[in-house]
Design a protein around this ligand. Structure first.
Ligand code: OSB
Ligand code: MG
Length: 369
């Protein structure tokens, strides 16, 4: 039985080492909510992956703070939960706000794993002790700058390259990468920047033999993606469109995608991620862990999730230092020369929180009991 006695929210301001640019804009500084849940015997940590602006998703740091403090936390404090799996159903009647829910839900899973003294990856049924890593490279100021980034990341050992694309920044960047690196596992993420009328253009990308193209069409679409998938050879991977195992089932049944990107925040936490892992495992659909420029706690949760059986493709999980000069965990997350992250043996998320760093980054605290 888990009975949450108190929750602390902290808003952290963390500058990114480099700005990160997607088809909808640039992120320079992250506003991250760190969640601490306490019972009488234990503690657990979660991170909210909502962005600063409602562009990738409708949630923001501010909406998540509002929904966590006004609705999610009051519903859970003092409530007898059978186990961590029981958190999601208690929050079920709150519509949407999955990133806010996941911040709390993942903290309770961490707490449960710590109480049992086991690494979180093992606690959720993970089967790997080392996970393959890829990098997501934002839109660059020039082709030469992009190529330089690709060279650096491949030299560091990363297993696949993903580049962000948008109209006007797609054929040339991919063509140049393919000239220099004909065989490298390569993919492109459009973050919804194209439309069905772009089918002729998207067809021309087939010649680059991409592993997949991620979310080319509207953020809430699975119908047009099915039309597009019939026209192109490159597998479509859905990100923004998938919020649940039911969404995954519908997209696969309709032929809207052949691969799914799973983000703990976007799907509302581990319970839903586990359901997607089960469905995709049973149907032979490869999945992988997406990233949201997380700091250490969120990154550690992504590592744990990536140990699940259906997560067979490299995730957008890279070393702390690609994003933050000083991360919120210590030691920071590092990647081996083979482009993998080895799971740690510690209980729960398996990384210590760097409280000195966290204190300095904190701009507001909310305490609930
Ligand atoms: O679409 O996968 C995405 C970052 C912010 C918002 C959306 C996305 C991304 C990334 C970065 O691609 C992944 C990372 O954290 O490395
Ligand atoms: Mg994406």
């Amino acid at each position: 039985m888990i009975n949450i006695q108190s929750v602390r929210l902290r808003e952290l301001h963390l500058p990114l080492v480099h700005y990160f640019e997607t088809s909808f804009g640039r992120t320079v500084n992250r506003r991250i909510i760190l969640v601490t849940v306490r019972t009488k015997d234990g503690v657990g940590y979660g991170e909210c992956t909502a962005g600063e602006e409602p562009d990738y998703s409708s949630e923001t740091t501010e909406t998540a703070w509002h929904v966590l403090s006004g609705f999610i936390i009051p519903r859970l404090i003092g409530y007898d939960l059978e186990d961590a799996r029981a958190v999601a159903p208690v929050l079920g009647s709150i519509r949407g706000h999955r990133m806010a829910k996941a911040a709390l839900e993942t903290a309770v899973w961490d707490l449960e794993a710590r109480l049992q003294g086991v690494p979180l990856g093992r606690h959720i049924g993970g089967v790997r002790d080392e996970i393959p890593c890829g990098v997501s490279i934002g839109i660059q100021a020039s082709l030469e700058a992009l190529l330089e980034k690709v060279r650096l990341e491949l030299a560091a050992g990363y297993r696949r390259i993903k580049i962000k694309i948008k109209p006007g920044w797609e054929v040339e960047p991919l063509r140049h990468i393919r000239i220099e690196f004909p065989e490298v596992p390569l993919m492109a993420d459009a973050n919804s920047a194209f439309r069905l009328t772009d089918i002729p253009l998207l067809k021309t990308l087939d010649r680059f033999k991409l592993m997949m193209i991620e979310q080319p069409l509207a953020h809430d679409d699975i119908v047009d993606h099915a039309i597009l998938q019939k026209e192109i050879e490159t597998p479509i991977c859905l990100d923004e469109s998938i919020h649940s195992a039911e969404d995954a089932r519908k997209a696969i049944e309709m032929g809207s995608c052949r691969i799914i990107n799973v983000k703990l925040g976007r799907v509302g936490g581990y319970r839903e991620a586990l359901a997607i892992n089960d469905y995709c495992g049973r149907h032979g659909v490869p999945i992988w862990c997406g990233g949201m420029l997380e700091s250490g706690v969120g990154r550690a949760h992504n590592i744990a999730m990536s140990t699940l059986a259906a997560f067979t493709l490299p995730g957008d999980i890279s070393a702390s230092k690609r994003y933050y000069a000083e991360d919120t965990v210590h030691p920071p997350v590092t990647v081996t020369a083979q482009g993998t992250i080895r799971l740690t043996e510690g209980p729960g998320i398996g990384y210590e929180l760097d409280w000195n760093r966290i204190e300095r980054a904190t701009v507001r605290i909310g305490d609930f009991r």
